[in-house]
Design a protein around this ligand. Sequence first.
Ligand code: ADP
Ligand code: MG
Length: 317
Amino acid sequence: MSEHPVIGEFGLIDWIRRRNSAAGATLGIGDDCAMVDFEGAPALVTVDMLMDGRHFRLAEDGPEAVGAKAMGVNLSDVAAMAGVPRFAVVAVALPRDSAVDVAKGLHEGIRRMTDRFGVQLIGGDTNAWDGPLVVTVTLLGAATSRGVAKRSDARVGDAIFVTGPLGGSLFRGRHLRPEPRVAEALALSAATDLHAMIDLSDGLSSDLGHILEESGGLGAALDAEAVPIHDDAIDHSRADGVPALDHALNDGEDFELCFTVPADAADALAARPPDGVWLRRIGAIVAEPGLRLRGADGRTWAIEGRGFDHMKGPSPR
Ligand code: ADP
Ligand code: MG
């Protein structure tokens, strides 16, 4: 699709959403997964498409890495709901001249992730054409008895956390190796009163923005010193001169979780995170809409959602 300067990716999704009530679904368009009540049991559904030249470069990255990433980004969306990933279907458009080799390599990468996360591959669709590789994974998951963590459940006063250092995922190819926080999300949902949650695929400023919008137009006050900056963001900053904090706020594809919990649960969670879960408290949800940063000197400034928008940004790879 050509770039559209006016409505962008999220404007377009809103346009579609306004035309579809999703009646009958527990959760329709607007979250990391949809949820339907399937004959008495809640089922989570998510789909993500990866395209050569947009999300990866097949010639440089190889098909195994592509397969692992395609499964990883979907696992991350199930993690973002605090769900349990269960079944996958995979559709591929293979480049005709290397179709079998690419398909086998892809499958190795996909299986590496399904084996690790206890997912069964149950179907798909195989096509070959003269165009570039396109991979689409649809993942089905289950909700636990604790329910799911939606983007829309943030409340004023909630503390905001992230599960890892952010930024620079493109710099050394970390975007190809997502570590879906499935176990971490389940541990958090068992340990605390999870309110809103999202996975960081487009960048903290945009993805936290989705939580704020979906929760009724709230705001967030972030402590600039607390935002954890990945070493890759620091190195990227040295190379391109963009402040490392900007990389941490706006780069995509960290695939960490950003979530909110009530203020009275936050101290206990920060002091004793569940085993194996890395956490950093970065700020609080406020009533005044928008995203604000507070520096060590007490100065505050507004920031915009500058994360990735498929219909606005240049091709990142
Ligand atoms: P994520 O980054 O978590 O995969 P997206 O930003 O891609 O989420 O999508 C946001 C929401 O919009 C999701 O609920 C997704 O299912 C929905 N969505 C995206 N594209 C479409 C589309 N073409 N038709 C219907 N819903 C869509
Ligand atoms: Mg997501």
